[in-house]
Design a binder for this molecule. Structure first.
Ligand code: ADP
Ligand code: MG
Length: 471
């Protein structure tokens, strides 16, 4: 579809986090030369209209052989009456995305693989049935997963499950933003299970892949072997299940597989970018089952963990990264681990290229554009504007003396963000918030910290805002 092609192009152009936050959640309906995009909420819609409408129009025009389709962006979800469901025939789901998940070998249900699948990746059909070759990535282990407050629980639960698959927590559900180590942990569990029992059947599967394979199996009348394949495993590690949204048939199939595995005490671990109950377009009965075992969040790593991760990665790459330099980078790049890795890779490449030692000065130069961007984006001013926009109030309200909850809470959130994301002092922040005292700022920071621990809404809001501000 036009939109899918457009998304593919934008995925190449935008940082992953930005793409995932704003573009990926948009659903499209294409009818009679009109492309309607559905945004999950007003905030996303406005943002998309404001920041991406031109780009989207350009891409769509190009993809549509020079003709500009008319574009609408609405709040809501794509209508799912049968007529529309038919238009979004499963065919659209297979194909062009296969290439984006190169590290996963497709199982061999389909005697005639789709043309997009590189031959080398297709395993021959085994006489006795299906040959399971593990697709666990060996370099994602517990050993090289750096532990910190933000991921401690998730790591501990994953360890337990790896030690006693099918027994302790089943299913285990890990959720959290992009680039925080969910996929890494899944593979770590897989590796650990295989270490202990090399004969174990462990499958790692991205949900998108599950959907594609199922559609293929349906088309090839191979659904029975598809079912058998998944139900014969000791552990099923299924990644990013938010991709099941709106794929009713896949959900149905997954539901049965899920039940069969649980009944047989086989381990299931799932990940998602959000809390299970908040995944729209997934049936309630499925969502409630996701919560039968244990559900745990992974949060963005705090400063110390970010430093530790950088040091670890540098050590793996056999690079001498001084501690103060790691600190300098970690202090400035806050959103997720993938971004840190990217920055480190760049520093290392520059170092190799120039033969210079890695110092703070050197890093400032190597990461100049990235750091400039961060600095430009995260000003108190910008924080106030973004927070106001997010809560649908005015910046003037934030600066005012008004004390009503609808204004006071966002104001506290904005202060806490200013403290966390900028290097301004408490008095400076107080000044920038309509001349408040530094103790007011301190109080706001403490209050928000407390609320983030007990109130899921505030926690989500805060994380969303951090993501928006640092992408
Ligand atoms: P997610 O699946 O949550 O989007 P990934 O598991 O793909 O994130 O992690 C992104 C990158 O960051 C991977 O290369 C992973 O190894 C690395 N990473 C994330 N968290 C950690 C951690 N705690 N320690 C070491 N590496 C990490
Ligand atoms: Mg992942």
């Amino acid at each position: 579809s036009l939109w899918q092609n457009c998304q593919n192009v934008m995925q190449q152009d935008l940082p992953a986090q930005e793409f995932n936050t704003w573009i990926r959640p948009l659903q499209s309906l294409e009818e009679g030369g009109v492309v309607t995009l559905f945004a999950p909420n007003k905030f996303v819609r406005d943002w998309v209209l404001d920041k991406y409408a031109d780009t989207i129009n350009q891409h769509l025009t190009q993809i549509n052989s020079g003709q500009l389709p008319s574009l609408r962006v609405e709040v809501g979800t794509k209508p799912t009456d049968s007529r529309v469901a038919q238009q979004a025939a499963p065919k659209l789901e297979i194909g062009n995305k296969l290439n984006s998940i190169p590290d996963i070998k497709p199982p061999a249900f389909s005697p005639a693989p789709a043309v997009h699948v590189p031959k080398a990746n297709v395993q021959p059909r085994n006489e006795a049935g299906l040959q399971l070759k593990s697709n666990i990535r060996e370099n994602y282990t517990f050993d090289n997963f750096v532990e910190g407050k933000s991921n401690q629980l998730a790591r501990a639960a994953a360890c337990q499950v790896a030690d006693n698959p099918g027994v302790s927590y089943n299913p285990l559900f890990l959720y959290g933003g992009v680039g925080l180590g969910k996929t890494h942990l899944l593979h770590a569990v897989g590796n650990e299970i295989l270490n202990r029992n090399p004969d174990a059947k462990v499958i790692y599967m991205h949900s998108e892949r599950f959907v594609q394979d199922m559609v293929k199996a349906l088309q090839n009348n191979a659904i029975e072997s598809f079912k058998k394949h998944y139900r014969s495993v000791n552990a099923l590690l299924i990644d990013d299940i938010q991709f099941f949204a709106k794929k009713e048939r896949s959900q149905e199939e997954f539901f049965h597989t899920f039940n069969a595995l649980l009944e047989g005490n086989q381990q299931i671990i799932m990940t998602s970018d959000r809390y299970p109950k908040e995944i729209e377009g997934v049936e309630d009965r499925l969502k409630s089952r996701f919560g039968w075992g244990l559900t745990i969040a992974i949060e963005p790593p705090e400063l110390e963990t970010r430093v530790a991760i950088l040091m670890k990665k540098a050590q793996e790459a056999k690079v001498n990264l001084p501690h103060e330099v790691a600190f300098f980078i970690a202090k400035r790049l806050r959103s997720h681990v993938r971004e840190l890795e990217g920055a480190l890779n760049r520093v290392v490449a520059h170092a190799n290229f120039t033969g210079k030692p890695i110092t703070i000065e050197f890093v400032k130069e190597a990461l100049r554009d990235l750091l400039a961007l961060q600095e430009k984006l995260v000003t108190i001013d910008n924080i106030q504007r973004t927070v106001a926009e997010y809560y649908k109030i005015k910046v003037a309200d934030i600066l005012s003396k008004r004390r009503s909850r609808s204004v006071a809470r966002p104001r506290q959130v904005a202060m806490a963000l200013a403290k966390e994301l900028t290097s301004h002092s408490l008095p400076e922040i107080g000044d920038a918030f309509g001349g408040r005292d530094h103790t007011t700022v301190l109080h706001a920071c403490r209050k928000i910290k407390e609320l983030r621990e007990e109130n899921l809404d505030i926690k989500e809001d805060y994380l969303n805002l951090i993501r928006t501000l640092s992408s």
